[in-house]
Write a protein that binds this ligand. Sequence first.
Ligand code: G3H
Ligand code: ZN
Length: 284
Amino acid sequence: MNLVPMADILKKANEEKYAVGGFNINNLEFLQAIIWAAEETNSPLILQTSEGALKYIGMEYVIGMVGAAVKNTTIPVALHLDHGSSFESVMKCIRNGYSSVMIDGSHYPFEENIELTRKVVEAAHAVGVTVEAELGQLGGTEDDLSVAEEDATFTDPDQALEFVERTGVDALAVAIGTAHGVYSGEPKLDFERLKAIKEKIKIPVVLHGASGVPDRDIKKAISLGVNKVNINTEFQQAFNAKIREIFNADPDVYDPRKFCGPGREAIKKEVINKIELLGSKGKA
Ligand code: G3H
Ligand code: ZN
């Protein structure tokens, strides 16, 4: 497969101070919408699957679909495992051709998170695969990953530095006030904390839970050193809203192409908006 390590994409973004979307795919329509949007805007792209999406689609189908999508593309594309839960899970993705993995040990005590991440970095780097890890814990829900708001913890800048130095990780997901899924109120981002983290660690910083975060906050986060912005929920909402609209107008529609096609167009429009917001347009 014609994939690039995510580290290559993020290195340029870090140097030139923009962010690249870590866009989740959930089915064929999501994949097509996202890759077509990135090609149309000449943007680098990080395609990611959660473990839930991987289970839903199946590894062979993910690899087959992504392989077809990148076969003739001229933009740099990384295939990334989002929120990998174990060493075994990330190794399975690496063996099947993923060019990047996230190991999410954020729910473990600091030392255990370091130990697990270090082990993944050692194995992944040996075969040229990028590793993202997480320190601090986001609230909210994504697939089977659910953290109550009161259990969410912010990333400590000093711990972040120690974590990066001891693990050798390529990119770090931080908890600064965003959450997965749909927000009940407006998210409050701790920009001072983000600034302090980036001053210490220098490597690409990842913002998870970016759906529903106002554009001005996303822009500010990028100006303070975020280089990867993860979005899933907003694309799911765009897809669903369009399909709902079609069924409301004509409840008798039965050909899936008549609602999945427009749903795919709706995602593509949203992806183009996000690419422009993140500043990765024309950076391929
Ligand atoms: O890992 C994926 C993202 O953090 C998804 O966040 O639920 O805000 O789209 P989201
Ligand atoms: Zn996430």
